[in-house]
Design a binder for this molecule. Sequence first.
Ligand code: HEC
Ligand code: HEC
Ligand code: HEC
Ligand code: HEC
Ligand code: HEC
Length: 368
Amino acid sequence: MYKILTLLTLSLFSYGQQHSFEPSTTCKECHPVIYDEFQSTQHANASIFKDEIHAAVWKKHPKNTKLQSYGCAKCHTPAASNLDELVQKNNSILPDLNDSTQVEGVSCAYCHRIESIKHGHMMNENIISKEGKAYFGTLKDHIDSPFHKVKTQSIHFNNGNVCIGCHSHKKNKHDMNVCSTNIKNELDEANCVSCHMPKVKGSISIMRETKEHTFHGFPGTHSHQDMLAKYVDLELLKGINGFDIAINNKSSHALTLHPMRVMQLRVKIARDGESKVFTPKGFVRAIGADGKPTPPWLAKEIVKDSSVKANEKRVINYNYKLLKGDKVEVTIGYYLVNPKMLKGLNLEKSAVATKFHHFKTESFMIGK
Ligand code: HEC
Ligand code: HEC
Ligand code: HEC
Ligand code: HEC
Ligand code: HEC
């Protein structure tokens, strides 16, 4: 009985998620500005063929080495024409570079067909509308498109949380949440879309000139970080024997979301033509077991969490007396992959994984 039930739930779980989507290249013809912005994003490049960090983790992952099930497809290549097969266990079907739908990543049509989001214990699930070539959006005033229907009744598009089907949480078999945005929408007027998809210059389509469109370059840790810099303030507070640096996170989630990331605070003081550089301070949300970091699939607990939380102002003290005329330069930025993990993942030579991705710098001149 138990077996039958599991089989039944397994098949219910793994079937019926597959649809066919118009390729993103078809959108280019009429939405060239949006298409160009999208090309360089992690959404467009989420497959193992285009994201070397994802590929490196996949290579070591037991779902690859033991189960032969590319479960990652649900979020990394959800427009794959064989999604159901890809996520099934033990059928030896692995991602195929020659199938363009498996290289598409989170495609235009996929995202614009998310009708609702089903909450799940392990992860959420996007419910895709059955109507192909009909896209959800939020434009109150629009012309008709000769290519597709436009639908404006999706609450998830209207409240800016269409992202949480993939970005809310992902648990491993030890019931450990390995990656989480942990949205506490305490900020009334800000949501995923208002911060990560701001309005910028340029027309929505070539069929009607508009001044603005929604930026589809998805600023994040890989790119366009400058567009998010205003949500984090760096402050300097001078004391008698030392000084404090405050990182004031005005966003609705922690500053290091993915367990591979390390955020660093770097402080440098210029005085009389010389410079004093402090040891960088790291911020991580490290997961592992028995007090030690492990790969995500083995993790049972959070072994260290120094990440700066949603709406938190973190104060770091420096025991160093500032003098008049000092120039204090404060920088924060990220390593996409914790330098300690590079070797194990064979990413020591990867430029994107080893680079320090600059986020924000602030300089302070010390008066008397
Ligand atoms: C529930 C959706 C979901 C599933 C399933 C999923 N991921 Fe992800 N993954 C994400 C999201 C969302 C991000 C971006 C997170 C961020 O930047 O904080 C991400 C980012 C990553 C990154 C960082 C990539 C980079 O370039 O920095 C790696 C590595 C990764 N995932 C590996 C995997 C592997 C391997 C699997 C399958 C075994 C998998 N993921 C399954 C949602 C998912
Ligand atoms: C033949 C031209 C054409 C093609 C091809 C095309 N669109 Fe459009 N699309 C339009 C026009 C015209 C509008 C309305 C723009 C306006 O009112 O300014 C539009 C509007 C939209 C909207 C806005 C809906 C809203 O209310 O916010 C979305 C979303 C959209 N298109 C997605 C896509 C996607 C995804 C593709 C590719 C799969 C695509 N379009 C291909 C012409 C096209
Ligand atoms: C108030 C603005 C704000 C809101 C609201 C917001 N974010 Fe962010 N987000 C940021 C900032 C600031 C960063 C950090 C900058 C960076 O990664 O370089 C960030 C980073 C990220 C990253 C990259 C993290 C990593 O470790 O790679 C992801 C993914 C992300 N946000 C997704 C979301 C999602 C999904 C939502 C909605 C649930 C959301 N954000 C809501 C401001 C915001
Ligand atoms: C990760 C999800 C996601 C992906 C991928 C995505 N979009 Fe969007 N798109 C949105 C959201 C959300 C909005 C609504 C923004 C708002 O309400 O401000 C939007 C708005 C639009 C609009 C309405 C016009 C505007 O500027 O507001 C068009 C047209 C559009 N997208 C086309 C595309 C095309 C073409 C692609 C691929 C090149 C694409 N989208 C990829 C989420 C996505
Ligand atoms: C179908 C699943 C899916 C949906 C829906 C989705 N994302 Fe993502 N997102 C991903 C994955 C997977 C990644 C990581 C890809 C990688 O790095 O390989 C990612 C990465 C990101 C990043 C990190 C970019 C960087 O530079 O590190 C941001 C920011 C982001 N998404 C924002 C959004 C926003 C905003 C929405 C909603 C409008 C959204 N996502 C909807 C799957 C999704």
